[in-house]
Ligand binder design. Structure first.
Ligand SMILES: Nc1nc2c(ncn2[C@@H]2O[C@H](COP(=O)(O)OP(=O)(O)OP(=O)(O)O)[C@@H](O)[C@H]2O)c(=O)[nH]1
Ligand SMILES: [Mg+2]
Length: 311
């Protein structure tokens, strides 16, 4: 473990991958690992990339990352995979269209299931972010599908949320309007080579003008990601939102919220562990099965469980 931590902090990709697996699966030693890397965390800027399926989120992210590594930044990419809890690294690069980045030393790519690999209620993404921070990522990009319905709550995780859309999504925009207004910091209309770009842009601008007391009015830009066009403008927009957060002390608040959430996740994990122990001790399953037929006083039973938890 000492060696793993040392190598992780020195930028070993292999050990970063191992450390992520440990915290993701909450395997033996994960708490110690997180505690020891804590002093080296908190320095990454988190960008959430979200939007409907197939609009080009991965292609866009890949192009943004390609530009940013030219400027010397180290980047982490987490793709939240809603379909599978276990996506093997080998097919990941293909699936999220980032094959050409996987061998780059400045880029670390990882896919995660949306509900945590243990199938529990808490997702370990905040702990995975900590590992990537310790690894030395300047920016961490998190790609999720869908807006407002994703199990991983991208707003509470990200410093900047970029919503990617494509032309001809009028109805979709209507459907997700409320959600979008709440969470978007920048908009990217990708596939600007397709018909209907200006209509979609007008729709978004109109939607934004319903509100006139923006602290930071989301900027809307166009991109043709598969040709690498419009990428620098989107990066500028991300950076101008970052500057806004820094100048208004809001960046610190976001980090504090993430810390609170991670702490709360840990409390829940610990409580769940304790609860499972108590259930085992008092043979709860058996008790419930034995009383088959008669009315079970589940309320008193629940109170007994809580009492046992307190012991
Ligand atoms: N015409 C056009 N096609 C694009 C553009 N950007 C991406 N594509 C294509 O759109 C398809 C989907 O791109 P992805 O990047 O996988 O989209 P995604 O939003 O990440 O998809 P999911 O993760 O499955 O939701 C691919 O075939 C891309 O090559 C673009 O600007 N114009
Ligand atoms: Mg994708």
């Amino acid at each position: 473990m000492d060696k793993l931590i040392k190598n992780l902090l020195q930028g070993s990709k292999k050990d970063c991958a191992r450390a992520i697996s440990i915290v993701e699966n909450r395997s033996k030693g994960y708490e110690r690992l997180l505690k020891e890397i804590l002093p080296y965390t908190g320095n990454s800027y988190i960008v959430g990339i979200t939007g409907p399926p197939g609009v080009g989120k991965s292609t866009f992210t890949k192009e943004v990352v390609k530009e940013m590594i030219k400027d010397g930044y180290s980047i982490g990419i987490i793709a939240i995979d809603p379909t599978s809890h276990f996506t093997k690294g080998a097919i990941l690069g293909d699936r999220i269209r980032m094959t050409e980045l996987t061998s780059n030393n400045k880029v670390f790519i990882r896919s995660m299931g949306s509900r945590g690999s243990l199938g529990g209620t808490t997702n370990s993404i905040l702990s995975v972010i900590k590992v990537l921070e310790a690894y030395g990522c300047d920016y961490i990009f998190i790609e999720t599908v869908g807006v407002g319905q994703s199990e991983v709550d991208i707003v509470n995780i990200s410093d900047t949320v970029a919503i990617v859309l494509m032309p001809g999504m009028g109805d979709d925009i209507q459907a997700i309007k409320a959600g979008i207004m709440e969470i978007a910091d920048i908009f990217v209309i990708n596939k600007a080579d397709k018909d209907g770009v200006s209509k979609t842009k007008t729709e978004i601008e109109n939607m934004l003008s319903f509100k006139n007391d923006w602290e930071f009015r989301p900027k809307v830009s166009l991109a043709i990601s598969n040709k690498g066009e419009g990428i620098n403008e989107a990066i500028d927009n991300i950076k101008s939102h970052k500057l806004f957060l820094e100048n208004t002390n809001k960046l610190m608040n976001k980090k504090a919220m993430r810390d609170y959430k991670e702490m709360d996740d840990f409390v829940h994990i610990k409580l769940e562990e304790m609860l499972n122990k108590v259930y085992k001790q008092i043979n709860i399953q058996e008790k419930i099965q034995q009383t088959e037929g008669s009315t079970l006083d589940i309320y008193t039973m629940a109170e007994d469980v809580i009492q046992s938890l307190k012991k």
